[in-house]
Design a protein. Structure first.
Length: 470
């Protein structure tokens, strides 16, 4: 029963909740409808207001446009009247009339009056243009340059059609060019005759002058000036003779130049002076001769420097060596080239002073070496003759004797004695090694016996212990 009551209570609560939800829904729908109606009313009111404002704005803009058009028309009329030209004034009047009869365009009547005046003036100018155009056509048909120039100026002043004026200008240029060409042809004929006379005189003078360049130029000028052919033939004969002579001179000059350049390239300083004289006699260019003499000076200086540098190299090699004779020979060769040792003020060749010092060093070293050789030989003789000498002392004496350059016969005797001593030393070392080995073996046997005895003693002690002691 309690469960049934609870169920009924829940059903009643659910029904009440459903009813309340339905009521809420109706309230929400009514509120939404009222809100929508209010929004629609506001939208219509706003649209009506915007339409009213748009109409007012349209009317205002139309009024402003009309006013602007009238102002523009007034300005155009004023500008056209100021310019006082027919086409712009016609356009300004049409623009003002197009605004309608109600438009308030100040100056329209005055513009119409001035337009009529300008039209009359234009008609008069057109008649003048026609007359000027006819006169221009007649002048173009003739060949009177001054008449055409005058009518062309009048046509330009009367504002004749530009295309016709351009044709007249072209005709004027054509007539002027024809006149200029005729005048030029006359001048050219006169110039050609004067040129021919001058070329003939220059040709004869060049033949007598016997100079190739002047004769070539004169022949070329004569050919251009149409000088008579027999004059040209004589000039060409003279030119061939000059060419043969010039070829011989050129060959001699080229051979002399080549020989000189080859000698310079090979640095044959002894031959160059004579070759320069030969080249000068053969007519070689003065600049080439100047350069050759300068190069000869440079070669002589280089040769002298090279000889001195070779002498220095020989000095360096001799200083680095051990030969006193080579040092003295290199020093003599350097002095023969004018090189001197450094003097008290520091001028001269340092290598010569260094070579002198080196000679003294080598002489001292030679004396010391000779003394060492004698001492080493004496020491070796002593060791060889001694009965108490050992191998080490013998080796030491032999090394010193060999380094000191002792006589080879003495070295051979020492080598024999050294071989005997080294053999004895080897036998002694072998006996010592054998004795050492036997002593080590005996020592090892004693040590092993002692170790065995100790182990037996320790075993007996261990065996004598009771179980409790263990």
């Amino acid at each position: 029963q309690a469960e049934a009551e609870a169920h009924a209570r829940r059903a009643a609560e659910a029904a009440e909740a459903a009813r309340l939800e339905a009521v809420r829904k109706k309230v929400r729908e009514r509120l939404a409808a009222e809100k929508k109606a209010k929004a629609e009313a506001e939208r219509r009111a706003k649209a009506e207001e915007e339409a009213r404002r748009a109409a007012e704005e349209r009317l205002r803009k139309e009024a402003e446009a009309q006013e602007a058009a009238e102002a523009k028309a007034r300005a155009a009329l004023a500008a056209a009247l100021e310019a006082d030209k027919l086409p712009p004034l016609e356009q300004a009047v049409r623009q003002a009339e197009g605004l309608g009869p109600d438009a308030a365009v100040v100056g329209l009547d005055a513009a119409r009056e001035r337009l009529a005046e300008l039209a009359a003036e234009e008609e008069k100018r057109e008649m003048e243009r026609a007359r000027a155009a006819l006169s221009l056509s007649a002048a173009m048909a003739g060949e009177d340059i001054e008449l055409l120039r005058t009518t062309l100026e009048a046509a330009a002043a009367a504002d004749v059609e530009p295309a016709k004026v351009s044709l007249a200008e072209a005709r004027l240029i054509e007539l002027e060019e024809l006149a200029e060409a005729a005048e030029r042809a006359k001048r050219e004929a006169e110039e050609r005759e004067a040129k021919r006379v001058a070329a003939l005189a220059a040709l004869r003078e060049a033949v007598e002058g016997n100079a190739a360049a002047e004769l070539d130029a004169a022949i070329g000028a004569a050919e251009e000036a149409a000088v008579p052919s027999h004059e040209l033939w004589m000039a060409r004969q003279a030119r061939e003779r000059i060419a043969l002579e010039q070829a011989k001179r050129e060959a001699a000059r080229g051979a002399a130049s080549d020989a000189l350049q080859q000698a310079l390239a090979r640095a044959e300083v002894e031959r160059v002076p004579a070759l320069i004289e030969d080249a000068e006699e053969a007519g070689v260019d003065a600049e080439e001769l100047r350069e050759a003499r300068a190069e000869l000076v440079a070669l002589e200086e280089q040769a002298a420097l090279a000889r001195k540098e070779a002498a220095r190299q020989a000095l360096r090699a001799a200083i680095a060596g051990e030969s006193i004779g080579a040092l003295q020979e290199a020093s003599d060769a350097a002095r023969a080239l004018g090189m001197v040792a450094v003097d008290a003020i520091g001028e001269g060749e340092p290598l010569l002073a260094e070579a002198a010092v080196r000679v003294e060093e080598l002489e001292a070293a030679a004396e010391a070496a000779e003394a060492e050789r004698r001492d080493a030989a004496c020491a070796l003789e002593t060791v060889i003759g001694s009965q108490l000498t050992d191998a080490e002392a013998m080796r030491e004496a032999m090394g010193r004797a060999a380094a000191a350059g002792v006589d080879s016969e003495l070295l051979a005797r020492g080598a024999e004695k050294q071989a005997v001593l080294e053999e004895e030393e080897a036998l002694r070392l072998e006996a010592e090694e054998l004795a050492r080995f036997e002593a080590e073996e005996a020592e090892r046997a004693v040590r092993e016996a002692a170790e065995a005895e100790e182990a037996a003693r320790l075993g007996a002690i261990e065996a004598a212990k009771t179980p409790q002691e263990r």
